[in-house]
Design a binder for this molecule. Sequence first.
Ligand code: ATP
Ligand code: MG
Length: 396
Amino acid sequence: MEQEFVKALPILHHLMKAGHQAYFVGGAVRDSYMKRKIGDVDIATSASPNEVERLFKRTVDVGKEHGTVIVLWEDETYEVTTFRAESEYKDYRRPEAVRFITSLSEDLKRRDLTINAMAMSAEGELLDYFGGAHDIGQKLIRTVGNPEDRFREDALRMMRAVRFMSQLGFLLEKETREAVIKDRELLAHVSVERKTVEFEKLMQGASSQEAIQTMVQTGLIQELPGLSGYEQQMLEASGFPFSSLDAREERWAALLLFLGLCPKSAEAFLKQWKLPGKVIKKAVQIISVYPAQLEAEAMYRAGEALFSAVKIGMLKKHKTIDEQKLKEVQSLYDQLPIKSLRDLDISGADLMKLRNRRAGKWVAEELRRIEEAVLAGKLPNRKHDIKEWLASWDQH
Ligand code: ATP
Ligand code: MG
């Protein structure tokens, strides 16, 4: 048993001593079986949420009505979820109400994919009622039970299936794939926020190429914000190694470049995905300075977006980031005499005093002329030199 599980064992033991069943479930069990790095360790139990709260000193209610209580244990947090069945699905979305039950296998049955429906006992025994281990061996993504039924219950599962393809490098099992093709339109009922979570995870996966191609081939792409009609562009984008970029705004910017959107349409596109304003702004900034120019003024105007644009350019051409070249760009950038208007050794107030004139458009214009001269290396960034330069300039 991995360290991550050992650390959480006291929680299982505590629940069991109180007469309840308790198991590790979900992604961590899958990742441990695959010998991948383990993410959050989740726990499922027959104890009711109120009982879980009663049994542990430090808990956070993050959705007791859905069965989940967070337990703080040592320096970690664990989601402890009561066994549940989700019977009444409405409008192809996750149900509002859930039914708490006492059977582990029933709880595992409502999970999306066989690989996500395994549990591990406190003794380290794998409980695999739906062939998850078999599918891991075959590298297959398969729903628990009939895929059409499961996608009708919650259409997001189609996207999750493709997202796990990307993360794990698996293929869709035949029936699961056919059901995606048949039911893809149901994805229209799912909220944008949930789609965005899955799509961002898909972009970060090592096998995003196959996943994006599957999105196009199954028609799922048509149900994603702003992507309907962009099948060809998405196929081209599929070859891009999105996971080589660290920041989400960089990955979105790369996607925007393949879609060929101008900054204004790019902004509207990202708004459709309901991304945070900050992410939208940064992504649009990156495509506005793409392809990166390495002249002083261009680097200055680009600011931090310069490096993102350089990295995307390298990945588009060579599929890898040339760290040495990136360092060279960094040193060119570091050599800029100023990085922003604030670095100029003269301010608007200085200019107003110098000219004995009131504020107006002229201040910005004059600052801009100074900025240009400093960046072009024609003028040292020193108050004294700038003043002299302004005086000589007045004589012309
Ligand atoms: P990750 O490493 O990305 O967190 P994960 O497997 O933990 O992967 P989560 O989205 O955190 O995925 O979900 C935790 C578990 O809850 C899943 O492993 C799965 O068993 C179940 N699950 C999540 N979403 C759904 C869904 N839409 N339908 C059914 N079961 C789901
Ligand atoms: Mg998880």
